[in-house]
Design a protein around this ligand. Structure first.
Ligand code: MN
Length: 202
């Protein structure tokens, strides 16, 4: 059953994350990148396909520099409605911490096909472990590829920017592109302060 893993990991009486329902965009396929402060700060990269969000955890966040390969660990499919989720996952729950939306938009195959053809191409790419697509986000634009690392078990992929007009040669740090009024940044600042207080209180 689609999303069974997603549902099993969560207690919907406690978390405000959406329940695992299959749903589809009416026209264009969508993507979202969430910044997630759990036990570790990371990014969650999600692409709609077949009524769910195919999902990868990207520890260092995406990069627009084609020379930088970002490790992306494939995780369980998330429901379509997760695209809008931002908030606090309460302590003691799976992924406890803070989620905020870092980027979102539509996406398509490299040829910019109509939705039906695109879904077929994208599914084939995903299956082959050479998953090419283009993003139409606010921060992430242009062609990318997710390449499966065949000798590293089932879940390890690399997220790489293709060279195009949106690529950059400079260092790209997704942490410098965080949303205004980011609740995660507020949390990090407060936590740093309290860590300092603790260490000087000795
Ligand atoms: Mn996450």
């Amino acid at each position: 059953m689609p999303l069974a893993k997603y549902n099993k990991k969560r207690n919907f009486k406690e978390t405000s994350e959406p329940g695992g329902k299959v749903k589809k965009s009416a026209s264009k396929l969508i993507f979202v990148v969430q910044r997630h402060k759990a036990s570790r700060l990371h990014y969650d990269f999600r692409l709609e396909l077949d009524g769910v969000l195919k999902s990868w955890a990207v520890p260092k966040g995406p990069s627009l520099n084609p020379k930088v390969k970002r490790l992306a660990m494939m995780v369980e499919d998330h429901p379509y409605d997760y695209k809008d989720f931002a908030g606090v996952i309460p302590e003691g729950n799976y992924g406890a911490g803070i989620v905020e939306i870092w980027d979102s938009g539509t996406y398509n195959d490299i040829e910019n096909s109509s939705q039906k053809v695109a879904e077929k191409n994208l599914k084939a790419g995903l299956k082959s472990g050479d998953f090419k697509f283009q993003l139409f986000g606010k921060k992430l634009k242009g062609e990318f590829v997710l390449v499966k690392l065949k000798d590293k078990g089932d879940n390890s992929w690399l997220l790489i920017k293709h060279r195009d007009k949106y690529a950059v040669d400079s260092d790209y740090n997704s942490e410098e592109q965080t949303p205004k009024n980011s609740p995660i940044n507020t949390w990090l600042k407060e936590n740093k302060k309290s860590a300092k207080k603790k260490s000087t209180a000795k």
